[in-house]
Design a protein around this ligand. Structure first.
Ligand code: HEM
Ligand code: HEM
Length: 498
């Protein structure tokens, strides 16, 4: 088989992960919208269940606490990771100039990777619904599922290095460095953070799936946020930059602006991110030097972060007209802009005096969602949009729908983060306000009720984003089912029907 012919690559695994990303995106974001409404209508779900006579049977499973974990796990480990896997199985073959189908072993590994991942996600959803959680944020799964995570991850690693092993292209393109970094970074962090002792095995007591962390107290907190922050680094950032470096040049037909800048940003990101996790523990019961180090490294982190973003923006030098004419380029440039935005906001939040105001307030979920919705969500959807005509050999269904989606979602993001900024700063100021005798001016209830209008605005913003995601799913399904058949692969910009 002539494998350097673009149409002969094997996309079966990439397609499976693409549909998984859409499925988990819908479920995860729908849950996000439900919990956003619950924040100002706390009886919304229980009232609805009451009408159906199901409150006593289901009420426990649909509380904010349960649904929040399902939202974060669904969007991060369901939507985003599936997006990273889907793009890897597409990009990997193309930059290495080798088809997966040339190795029956790699095909089996790829399929096993997908199916075990689906089994893992199903078990994760069921266990989290049942309230089975280790209690560490973004690392809630209990030890039997942690072991399955390791198996799934190792399979992905075998796939990555196996494909690199049989490659035709000697040079490793920039995106590959980033995919390899996602694999190695998460492997190391996940293993360390989830070291735990199954209680039933050592003491004979407790549920069989229960375990206690190997670390205790302040050490546990430090390991948790070393992991937690770097989950942000290696999943929310590194995996998405991998996509940006491949898909923007492909979509625009422009070469990456500077290879040197990409090297500088890559190694800068790798080195600096690993020391920044302490910014989650400012003014907590951990050593002062850990907090200061976290704060300083976070401020320095702006350099490699903006290095990547500027490199990407300069890639469009002389071709800015495409931002107007090509919706996918617009999606990607907006994604890079949101990346610059959240990586400016992050260092500001890491300054001790700012964090003293912002920590525990709604400013933090505001920061989280300008990054995740604007940067991660936009870039993931744009990458999948780019891949579809090439994988299914069909013209994208509708450009108008893409454009409508883009503006609906941009408006949604703006409503989300602006409302959370105002809410967070209001909350922080009210918590610290004292009268002339040093007595707190506001009761905690006052500080909560004053936020209700902002929670309502956030819920509206989230709903707009979700509606946009439905348009995305619809556009893709219409393309796959009935898009005009293409006889050859589009070279740069994706062809669209209308
Ligand atoms: C230079 C880069 C960044 C820095 C220095 C930074 C810094 C911070 C700080 C200081 C916090 C608040 C900690 C607290 O007081 O609770 C935070 C929270 C968070 N950030 Fe960032 N951030 C950066 C980029 C990003 C990006 C690009 C994303 C997502 C795409 C992101 C996602 C998050 C998440 C999910 C949390 C919440 C963690 C939690 O408490 O559960 N960050 N970040
Ligand atoms: C329709 C869109 C979405 C809505 C309405 C939404 C809503 C919410 C709400 C209400 C919370 C709880 C905040 C709190 O506890 O105060 C939350 C938390 C979170 N969401 Fe979303 N979300 C959406 C999409 C996403 C996406 C796409 C991602 C990631 C790719 C994401 C990642 C997170 C994370 C990491 C947290 C935890 C933040 C923290 O601990 O500070 N969300 N979301």
């Amino acid at each position: 088989m002539h494998t350097t012919d673009a149409l002969s690559y094997d996309y079966s695994v990439a397609k499976c992960f693409l549909f998984a990303a859409i499925l988990f995106g819908i479920v995860g974001m729908l849950l996000g919208v439900v919990i956003a409404f619950q924040m100002f209508l706390p009886n919304l779900v229980s009232g609805f269940l009451g009408l159906l006579g199901l409150e006593s049977a289901l009420g426990e499973y649909l509380t904010f606490g349960r649904l929040r974990i399902l939202h974060t796990s669904g969007v991060i480990f369901g939507f985003m990771l599936s997006g990273i896997f889907a793009t890897w199985y597409y990009v990997g073959q193309r930059v290495l100039k080798v088809s997966m189908s040339e190795s029956p072993f790699l095909m089996v590994i790829g399929k096993l990777h997908f199916w075990l991942y689906m089994i893992l996600m199903t078990l994760a959803v069921v266990s989290l619904f049942l309230g089975i959680s280790g209690g560490k944020e973004y690392a809630e799964l209990q030890w039997p599922l942690d072991i399955l995570v390791v198996v799934v991850w190792v399979l992905w690693g075998v796939g990555i290095f196996g494909l690199i092993g049989i490659r035709r292209e000697k040079a490793l393109y920039i995106s590959l460095w980033y995919y390899i970094a996602v694999f190695l970074g998460i492997a190391m962090l996940y293993l360390f953070n989830n070291m735990a002792i199954p209680t039933a095995l050592v003491s004979g007591y407790g549920k069989w799936y229960h375990a206690v962390s190997m670390y205790s107290g302040a050490n546990d907190a430090m390991v948790q946020w070393w992991y937690g922050h770097n989950a942000v680094a290696f999943v929310f950032t590194v995996g998405i930059i991998a996509q940006l470096y491949y898909f923007l040049p492909k979509e625009s037909g422009q070469a990456v602006y500077s290879y040197k800048l990409s090297l500088f940003s890559f190694w800068g990101l790798m080195f600096i991110y690993l020391w920044a996790g302490g910014h989650h523990l400012i003014y907590q019961a951990v050593p002062d030097w850990v907090q200061t180090m976290g704060s300083i490294f976070s401020v320095i982190l702006i350099l490699p972060s903006w290095g990547s973003a500027i490199n990407i923006l300069l890639t469009m030098k002389g071709e800015w007209g495409q931002v107007k004419s090509n919706v996918l380029v617009k999606f990607m440039i907006l994604a890079s802009t949101f990346y610059m935005f959240s990586t400016l906001e992050g260092p500001i939040l890491s300054v001790k005096s700012v964090n003293a105001l912002a920590h525990f307030t709604d400013w933090i979920p505001g920061h989280v969602h300008d990054g995740t919705l604007g940067w991660v969500g936009f870039m993931t959807m744009a990458s999948l949009y780019h891949m579809i005509p090439r994988m299914f050999k069909r013209e994208l269904h509708s450009k108008k729908l893409m454009e409508t989606q883009l503006w609906l979602q941009t408006l949604g993001i703006v409503l989300f983060f602006t409302s959370m900024w105002v809410a967070g700063i209001t909350q922080g100021m009210m918590w610290r306000a004292t009268d002339e005798f040093g007595v707190l001016t506001h009761s905690f209830v006052d500080t909560s009720t004053v936020l209700m209008p902002y929670y309502a605005i956030r819920a509206v913003g989230g709903t707009l984003y979700l509606l946009g995601f439905f348009l995305f799913a619809y556009n893709i399904i219409k393309t796959v089912r009935g898009g005009r058949v293409l006889d050859k692969e589009p070279q740069n910009a994706s062809p669209v029907a209308a």
